[in-house]
Design a protein around this ligand. Sequence first.
Ligand code: HEC
Length: 138
Amino acid sequence: MKTRCLLFLALHLVAALTIAARASAEGQTPTPAQRPAATAAPAGNAENGKKLFTSYGCYECHGREAQGSTATGPRLGPRPLAFAALSKYVRQPTGQMPPYTSKVVSDADLADIYAFLQARPQPPALDSIPLLKPLINR
Ligand code: HEC
């Protein structure tokens, strides 16, 4: 009798916890309007992004192909940070880079720049560059 009672209680506990977990998960799920652009990069226009990358001067430090330079700014493409992280950094950089607020570079502009960065060609494999071959596999 006692064990049955305990089993009954345990089942109830499991059910209650399951319901509570589901409710709290639902509570945390942001509505589409609240959801940050973190999960998916917004659809942007790479052609326009290329123009903006030049006109906003990103290229001055990151290179025309966003290839970066050890002297001025890191490579940004073809695999940029997640959009939310990139956007956060551009708005509030923590290093040498100047900030670009949304008044200067709108979110739509940034989405286009992001599309441009993603569309950069992959760099060639190191062992496909004859000059570098002697340096690899040493
Ligand atoms: C004056 C030079 C300069 C300009 C102009 C500039 N950046 Fe930067 N950027 C940097 C430097 C330097 C860093 C490395 C971190 C730092 O010191 O802030 C950086 C870092 C970044 C990062 C973070 C990269 C990472 O992997 O952490 C992003 C994203 C970025 N820049 C995007 C942009 C975009 C987009 C523009 C144009 C709207 C731009 N930058 C214009 C110099 C610049």
